[in-house]
Design a protein around this ligand. Structure first.
Ligand SMILES: C[S@@+](CC[C@H](N)C(=O)[O-])C[C@H]1O[C@@H](n2cnc3c(N)ncnc32)[C@H](O)[C@@H]1O
Length: 242
């Protein structure tokens, strides 16, 4: 969590929103009480609100929620651990977690989500990842990241979070929904996005600067006009409280 607090500005500036297909998969949201757990700077919060949901943004990072509140002054926001929610049992229609669920305590997160959802309430988790694996620059990018960031592997993008949620037997989880999309951005914006990743933010300053410099070299060679189109997929899982 602290890693994101340190890069709240970069996160707010350069992280992309989620494709419509994510929200289409959730169905009508009008009038639902939604907890956006690990809401960060409010990217998903704003999209859920735009579809008519009443959203409470929950995050452990006050600086991140402050950014979200700057964009949405009327924001309902709570600084809290997403696995220990200050919410009464059965209160929520839907829990959403946009690439944040993996940060919560795995021993308690599913039970806590189950507790605060109403009967038949739903959990939705989604993760966006660039998936340009057939492109040389992208493989070079990951090779540099894996060398510089201990414990970070490109295969982490492939974790089956639906199976993870289903394991304790508290949710019936549907099939993964994969939403492909393309991101057109400048090389500068891509670099700011990279700097907002936790595995980059936790590095010592010199190591971080070296890593970002090496990534930049790859991009400068591949995208001399300094614009990029990158293929992404957002993977969504939806579970219903049993
Ligand atoms: C990758 S960011 C995702 C933010 C936002 N959902 C989005 O889509 O941009 C992960 C978020 O999880 C939050 N987080 C990490 N551990 C948490 C915890 N135990 N409880 C609540 N939030 C947590 C971080 O502060 C961060 O905002």
């Amino acid at each position: 969590m602290a890693s994101f607090e340190a890069v709240a500005g970069e996160y707010d500036t350069a992280r992309p929103s989620y494709p419509d297909g994510v929200y289409d998969a959730l169905g009508p949201l009008e009038g639902l009480l939604v907890l956006d757990v690990g809401a960060g700077t409010g990217i998903a919060t704003r999209q859920l609100q735009a579809r008519g949901a009443t959203v409470v943004a929950v995050d452990a990072g006050p600086a991140l929620l402050a950014r979200a509140a700057t964009r949405t002054p009327s924001l309902l926001a709570v600084v809290a651990d997403g696995a220990v929610l200050p919410v009464r049992a059965g209160a929520a229609d839907l829990i959403c977690s946009a690439q944040a669920w993996h940060w919560l305590d795995p021993s308690t997160r599913a039970g806590e989500a189950h507790r605060v959802l109403r009967e038949g309430g739903r959990w939705a988790g989604w993760w966006s990842h660039a998936r340009a694996d057939d492109e040389e620059w992208f493989q070079a990018h990951w090779t540099i990241v894996e060398r510089a960031c201990p414990g970070t592997r490109r295969g982490m993008r492939d974790i089956d979070w639906g199976a993870d949620l289903a394991a304790p037997g508290l949710f019936e989880v549907g099939d993964r929904v994969a939403v492909p999309w393309r991101r057109e951005i400048s090389v500068d914006e891509w670099m700011t996005d990279q700097a907002s990743h936790s595995y980059v933010a936790v590095l010592a300053r010199a190591d971080r600067d070296r890593l970002l410099g090496n990534l930049r070299q790859v991009l400068d060679r591949r995208f001399p006009d300094r614009t990029m189109t990158v293929r992404y997929e957002t993977w969504v899982w939806i579970g219903t409280k049993t």
